[in-house]
Design a protein around this ligand. Structure first.
Ligand SMILES: Nc1ncnc2c1ncn2[C@@H]1O[C@H](COP(=O)(O)OP(=O)(O)OP(=O)(O)O)[C@@H](O)[C@H]1O
Ligand SMILES: [Mg+2]
Length: 237
């Protein structure tokens, strides 16, 4: 669908509702890189490293060994979700959450300088955005993080859980955007993946079907989703 893969050194946003395979997709991107000799960094904002390694093991990826081999580094930033926006020290209010984010950006930079990862995943960014009720604060936070990630020179995938109430990251601030959507097809639901934007890339502009299997995500770029839907609809009584 991408006619050769994600453009190197760019920021790509993966949007999708819960359970659509966002974590699997970005893990698979890192894992594939590892098998080609490229190092990786996984920044988890929701799940602990142990949870993540365990879940990915069930879909065919053994990150534990890769970590032992020094090929992948995990940053477990999930505690950030629980940090209050402000803490009161006597009469002074301190923006504790912002300090935590500055610390995260610093950590990304220092690990990137030491390990030189080619690929980075940050999953899910939504865990941070719900902490910023103010839109302009959210925008600044996202831009700061994108800046820190861009400076690493790595190709970065970040995920975002999108539902009707969530405020998304502006698409202009990233290089590419992918959507993972469930689609009702007659009496069943199928999963579709669509590249809605990818600068520098003459990509497939159609939604395509994919499955999640014991070996991770398998995309079917040869199948036309709209034609399939038409056929299923006609099959309905
Ligand atoms: N072996 C498997 N075979 C088929 N489907 C699987 C398998 N393992 C996991 N899944 C599917 O993968 C989904 C989880 O994938 P993943 O954790 O990547 O989703 P996500 O979009 O990151 O979800 P969340 O929003 O909860 O973070 C499950 O909902 C399940 O439907
Ligand atoms: Mg996930």
């Amino acid at each position: 669908m991408l006619k050769g893969g994600f453009p190197r050194g760019r920021m790509i946003l993966i949007r999708g509702s819960p359970g659509m395979g966002k974590t699997i997709l970005c893990s698979q991107f890192l894992y594939q890189g590892l098998s080609q000799g490229e190092k990786s960094l996984f920044i988890s904002l929701e799940e602990s490293k142990e949870q993540l390694i365990r879940e990915m093991y069930f879909v065919g990826m053994d990150f534990r060994q890769k970590e032992k081999d020094g090929l992948i580094t995990f940053i477990d930033a999930s505690p950030i979700r629980h940090i209050p926006g402000e803490v009161k020290l006597g009469d002074i209010r301190v923006g504790k959450r912002d300090f935590a984010l500055v610390a995260l950006a610093k950590k990304i930079k220092s690990i990137a300088a030491e390990k030189k990862p080619h690929r980075i995943a940050i999953d899910p960014l939504t865990a941070l955005s719900i902490q910023y009720p103010n839109d302009s604060d959210l925008r600044l936070m996202v831009l700061d993080l994108i800046e820190a990630l861009t400076q690493t020179g790595a190709t970065c995938l970040m995920t975002e859980e999108l539902n009707s109430t969530s405020r998304g990251i502006e698409e202009y601030s990233v290089h590419g955007v992918l959507h993972l959507r469930p689609l009702r097809a007659g009496s069943t639901t199928v999963k579709t993946i669509e590249i809605s934007k990818m600068r520098e890339c003459k990509h497939d502009d159609q939604p395509r079907l994919y499955n999640i299997t014991d070996n991770g995500i398998v995309v079917h770029p040869e199948q036309n989703v709209l034609a399939l839907l038409g056929r299923r609809d006609r099959e309905q009584p």
